[in-house]
Design a protein around this ligand. Structure first.
Ligand code: GMT
Length: 403
């Protein structure tokens, strides 16, 4: 059988430390390693993008300020950049990660160049459906752009269900889970970081996120406060965000400052993760919880909240522990149990690593995306022209006077 031709793929993503940008970047790099030409379109260099990688291009979106604008129109600048990249490089498809506003820009871009058909795929990551995307200011336009995508994926069954509830989608949404590079995120010698993070040989609890309200950081501090009553542990906070000031206030109020490491944003997070004894993610909900998966791949047991996408990542009691949202007492008592029982902790860490390797390996999930692209390209996709030129016109599409 002849090998499938390489594709020209546009990837629209956020360049920040958030999970959607990380997944988009790792996916693009993986596709380029397989011979595809990948064009990242973002407002900055994505954090996990190396300086140079063969077949990888970066197109930065420039948003010009103007005295009239209180909020410069990023969606328009992004649309123009997508059109520009498509006209120059003849993309086969554009894959937008996180619907708001990326799916809208890609939809508009496609409408602008009907003579050069562009397949549009949107991957839903989380709060683009569960929070901000469903704000009345964004909901209708986001749902419309999803409807007009050629295909939509979600990173978990939980998110797929939420998208169906919120947007009332009648079209199929494919679930393609996130993945982790289990070679890079792996257990290993952590003596160096441990010497810095736990100079007195303390046990290390870690958390990695963008410190937003949905992460329930006061719960994390409370769990740590209770744990500290019986275990000499330290808390390593990786990342930053709007809730950080609140965290600092709570840490100070409880006199915990000397036991907390504020590590800020880190590029080589795996070096910190593999130094941990326990990872805690007490979120209100997570569509997936990539940070938890990265900790698991480093053989670190995870304590997290159930009822959302984390249920699909962690097998409760085997590869981690899940608790009801807000149950800080239960999280703390199980954290103490794990921290004081090294064999149990190691066994759960090994199961966590096994789960990451088995269920979320980078190569397999990238293949899943590659096959998905081929299917989308081969099918007379749904939604508006040029995705489906055979669709009967709806009253809104009908030119005036056409009856
Ligand atoms: O939706 C967000 O909060 C932003 C997004 C991101 O860019 O960090 O996080 C979401 O996407 C990640 C990657 O798919 C998931 O691992 C996170 O669980 C998800 N966050 C939430 O659902 C809160």
């Amino acid at each position: 059988m002849a090998p499938s031709p390489a594709l020209r793929i546009g990837i629209v993503c956020y360049p920040t430390h958030g999970g959607s940008g990380v997944v988009a970047t790792e996916l693009g790099l993986g596709l380029a390693e397989r011979g595809h030409e990948v064009h990242f379109i973002a407002y900055d260099t994505p954090v996990r993008l190396p300086h140079f990688a063969p077949r990888v291009h970066l197109h930065e979106v420039e948003v010009r300020p103007y005295p009239l604008f209180r909020h410069p129109p990023y969606t328009l600048a992004l649309t123009s950049k997508i059109v520009d990249v498509h006209e120059r490089f003849h993309l086969d498809l554009v894959h937008s990660h996180y619907a708001v506003p990326h799916a809208v820009s890609v939809y508009l871009a496609r409408e602008m160049v009907p003579e050069r058909p562009l397949r549009v795929i949107t991957t839903l990551h989380g709060t683009d459906i569960t929070l901000i995307g469903m704000d009345p200011s964004y909901q209708r336009v986001t749902c419309h752009a999803l409807e007009r995508s050629c295909a939509v994926t979600a990173v978990s069954q939980f998110l797929r269900r939420r998208a169906i509830e919120e947007c009332g989608c009648s079209y199929p949404i494919e679930v393609i889970p996130n993945f982790v590079d289990t070679t890079r995120f792996a257990p290993g010698d952590a003596a160096g970081p441990r010497a810095t993070l736990a100079p007195g040989g303390e046990l290390l609890i870690g958390h990695l996120s963008n410190f937003r309200e949905v992460k329930r950081l006061p719960d994390l501090v409370e769990v740590f406060r209770i744990v500290r009553e019986s275990v000499p542990a330290r808390l390593v906070l990786v990342g930053d965000g709007p809730e950080m000031a609140r965290v600092e206030r709570l840490v100070d109020r409880h006199g915990l400052r000397d036991h907390v490491v504020f590590a800020g944003f880190q590029d080589a997070v795996e070096e910190l993760l593999r130094a941990l004894d326990l990872f805690i993610l007490p979120s209100e909900h997570e569509s997936f919880g990539l940070a938890a998966l990265e900790a698991m791949a480093c053989a670190v047991p995870v304590i997290a909240t159930g009822g959302s996408g984390l249920d699909e990542v962690i097998q409760d009691g085997v590869s981690g522990l899940l608790f009801p949202v807000g149950d800080v007492r239960a999280m703390a008592s199980h954290a103490v149990r794990l921290l004081t029982d090294a064999p149990a902790r190691r066994a759960m860490g090994a199961s966590a690593r096994g789960r990451a390797v088995e269920a979320f390996p980078r190569a397999r999930i990238i293949t899943q995306y590659e096959e998905f692209y081929r299917r989308v390209l081969a099918s007379p996709a749904r939604a508006s022209p040029p995705c489906d030129a055979t669709r009967p016109l709806s009253p809104i599409d009908r030119p005036p006077g056409a009856g």
